[in-house]
Design a protein around this ligand. Structure first.
Ligand SMILES: Cc1cc2nc3c(=O)[nH]c(=O)nc-3n(C[C@H](O)[C@H](O)[C@H](O)COP(=O)(O)O)c2cc1C
Length: 192
């Protein structure tokens, strides 16, 4: 898929068809996740791939989001702060969250590119999911991602405008200073 199309096509999907996603696509998405930038090139992330329908049901229950049980595969992304904290102190914890986010987005984009759908789940009872999956104490769950074939099209349109998200040169300056040359680059720059 074209790069812009993948970015625009990625949506949070909360209803899945009964056809299960191929786990090989999930592995490829994890490989893409591992291409994300990592502070000091340290990877603190582990990915638990869950296919057992009973375990998936429990994850849905512990997230209080019953639709998750429709997914044939759920990926639980965990991180270990230890190395980054040793290297960077308290900032190491922030780096860990940030690079988990970068990795998760890569994962979601690759899943979208494969014609699959997913949703980033951040609301769950940590202790219950940790216990269920035997996640050791030094690890933290960053996100839970159910994966499947979309059985819905999100009805709402995105509401975040570029205009409202940017400032120029300083906070709260909404207009680009005219002293800079005009850019010739359009949204889809010509190739070659
Ligand atoms: C950190 C984080 C936590 C989220 N947790 C949940 C969740 O628990 N359940 C859910 O249905 N969606 C969750 N989402 C998905 C957001 O609701 C969704 O990304 C947002 O509504 C925008 O929709 P879109 O992903 O289709 O662009 C989460 C997203 C993020 C980034």
């Amino acid at each position: 898929m074209d790069f812009n199309k993948v970015i625009e096509a990625r949506r949070s999907i909360r209803s899945f068809k009964s056809k299960k996603a191929d786990w090989k696509h999930v592995l490829l998405a994890i490989e893409s996740a591992l291409h994300a930038p990592m502070a000091g090139n340290n990877n603190p992330l582990k990915f638990i791939i869950v296919e057992n329908p009973e375990t998936i049901k429990k994850i849905a229950k512990f997230s209080e989001q019953s639709w998750i049980s429709q997914a044939g595969i759920v990926v639980v992304i965990c991180s270990d702060n230890t190395v980054l904290e040793k290297l960077y102190g308290d900032r190491g914890k922030i780096y860990c969250r940030q690079q988990a986010g970068a990795a998760i987005e890569n994962f979601l984009l690759k899943i979208t590119d494969a014609g699959l759908a997913a949703c980033w789940i951040g609301a769950f009872t940590d202790e219950l999911v940790e216990q269920l999956l035997r996640i050791p104490e030094h690890m933290r769950i960053e996100a839970i991602i159910p994966v499947g074939y979309a059985a819905e099209k999100p009805s709402y349109k995105r509401k975040h405008s570029l205009e409202n998200a940017i400032f120029w040169e300083e906070y709260l300056i909404s207009k680009r200073p005219t002293i800079f040359p005009e850019s010739k680059i359009g949204r889809n720059p010509p190739t070659g």
